[in-house]
Design a protein around this ligand. Structure first.
Ligand SMILES: Cc1cc2nc3c(=O)[nH]c(=O)nc-3n(C[C@H](O)[C@H](O)[C@H](O)COP(=O)(O)OP(=O)(O)OC[C@H]3O[C@@H](n4cnc5c(N)ncnc54)[C@H](O)[C@@H]3O)c2cc1C
Length: 463
């Protein structure tokens, strides 16, 4: 019996897709220029039991399994492996409980981030992690990549909100990790082991998250800088003074021009870099924002202005959220033939070294003859240098790849990490090995071997 027939026999009607046209839609995530295979079947489970069945059947046939959320990933981690079974988790999309007393929510992994954020807001609570893709990415994908976002500079990344998980293991057994209590230290922290594991250790079927009280309304300001490095220096100065902005994002000139072309909104396209800052400290917010503005000016900002009202602040935030599609369009149109693409990088350095990273990226762009736009969560020292390449031109691709490697090397030399939030996936495997070294890799392999000895879960990703 083929794997597709066996899955169809074991699962409810309509759960298994085998139509080649439909399968093609599940090949890859949003990462450009990384390989993807074609699945032999896609399973769309509605319950943990169905996930466990699919894993058991696949394991019985020795066929790899690739879990997918909304496929907004930017490292190829959700890309199908040739001949695999994709388990598409978007159908498991129920919010199972919101508990205002314990400030927790229990959700299925296919719940979209924005849906959870809005549902808990209606109960007077907040789920802070807010990736730029929040209107489409899933909580399961967020947990599996340990996603960050704009408010993470003050409120922390996904892992800080994950209290417990239900996970289907490679054996098809169901593991429950963590707790629903405010505290708990029983045993090894298996919850954190699965956070960021990119579908390589198990398939997450339920997530218990911690919630917070709502934030106070934020005041927003924009600082205009003559260089990206000056903006980086301002970030270090703000952190050095012990200020806690609720948002501190950087957009360079390339991104400002791309966004303005994508959706004209009156952005300062003459600026080399903009820092977008917000303070949500209630009655202290105006003073905190004034202190941030003063530090920006001291670091070389040409101009700092406050958003006049909530609508203007929301528009600035919207501009930041449009950075990715706008830059994709710019890349597409940058070369005759419309074959332009992006190598999207994700590097994080200690905040004190951010200016060096940004200077270095400018230097690398010039040395390799490529355009690189920089955007990112500056307050976390986490930047996304986006390298523009012509997919149809091997020389352009080669220059782009060399520039990518040079940025990775620079990030590590500055004491940083090869990925702040997008994950390792297929894109950064070589760089993970360089970052963690041979002992680190031996431990990583030992964990994988213990949980997935036949290497069936998302093989070839991370390790
Ligand atoms: C416009 C845009 C903006 C973005 N902004 C940010 C940002 O600000 N911060 C950030 O961190 N990322 C960002 N991303 C990247 C991406 O949205 C995140 O990595 C997100 O967490 C992926 O969620 P997803 O549901 O799309 O997962 P997918 O892309 O489908 O999968 C991602 C990984 O999770 C695994 N996975 C998915 N579901 C499960 C499950 N239930 N069990 C086990 N493994 C699973 C997959 O195998 C894969 O390894 C952005 C992407 C885009 C396109």
């Amino acid at each position: 019996m083929t794997i597709a027939t066996a899955l169809a026999a074991a699962l409810p009607e309509g759960t298994v897709l085998t139509d080649p046209d439909l399968l093609a839609g599940y090949r890859r995530d949003e990462a450009d220029l990384v390989p993807a295979g074609t699945p032999v079947a896609v399973v769309r489970p509605r319950s943990t039991a169905e996930v466990a069945t699919a894993v058991r059947v696949a394991a019985g046939h020795g066929v790899p399994v690739v879990p997918q959320g909304a496929r907004t990933g930017l490292a190829g981690a959700a890309n199908a492996v040739e001949g695999c079974v994709v388990i598409a988790m978007t159908g498991m999309d129920r919010i199972l409980a919101i508990d205002p007393v314990n400030r927790t929510a229990v959700v299925q992994p296919g719940v979209v981030n924005a849906v959870l954020a809005k549902a808990v807001a209606a109960e007077g609570l907040r789920y802070p992690p807010d990736p730029g893709s929040w209107e489409s990415c899933t909580i399961g994908g967020n947990v599996a990549t340990n996603a960050g976002g704009m408010c993470c500079v003050k409120y922390g990344v996904t892992t800080e909100y994950v209290l417990g998980l239900e996970v289907v293991l490679a054996t098809g057994e169901v593991l429950r990790t963590g707790r629903r209590t405010a505290k708990g230290v029983a045993g090894y922290d298996l919850t954190r082991l699965f956070v960021g594991s990119e579908g390589t250790l198990g398939i997450i079927t339920e997530v218990t998250v911690a919630l917070r009280p709502p934030a106070e309304a934020a005041l927003t300001a924009v600082a205009v800088f003559p260089t990206t490095a000056a903006a980086g220096a301002a970030v270090a100065a703000i952190a050095g003074e012990g200020l806690s902005p609720s948002l501190l994002e950087l957009l360079d000139a390339t991104h400002l021009a791309a966004i303005e072309a994508y959706r004209p909104m009156g952005l300062r396209t003459d600026a080399r870099a903009l820092l977008l800052a917000a303070a949500d400290t209630g009655t202290r917010a105006a003073d905190d924002l004034a202190a941030i503005a003063a530090l920006c000016e001291r670091s070389g900002a040409d101009e700092v202005f406050a958003a006049t009202d909530v609508t203007e602040a929301a528009a600035l935030l919207e501009a930041r959220r449009l950075a990715h599609p706008a830059m994709e369009k710019l890349a597409l149109e940058s070369f005759p033939g419309g074959n332009g693409g992006l190598i999207i990088d994700d590097v994080a350095v200690p905040r004190a070294r951010l200016a060096e990273l940004l200077d270095g990226v400018d230097r690398i762009a010039a040395e390799h003859g490529v355009a690189i736009g920089v955007v990112g969560h500056a307050g976390d020292g986490n930047m996304h240098p986006n390298i523009v390449v012509d997919r149809a031109d091997p020389a352009s691709l080669e220059r782009g790849r060399r520039a990518f490697d040079a940025i990775m090397r620079l990030g590590l030399d500055l004491g940083g990490t090869c990925t702040g939030e997008h994950g390792v996936g297929l894109l950064k495997r070589e760089w993970l090995a360089r970052e963690v070294g041979p002992v680190g890799m031996r431990v990583q392999h030992a964990i994988k071997q213990a949980l997935d000895p036949a290497n069936l879960l998302n093989p070839g990703k991370i390790l």
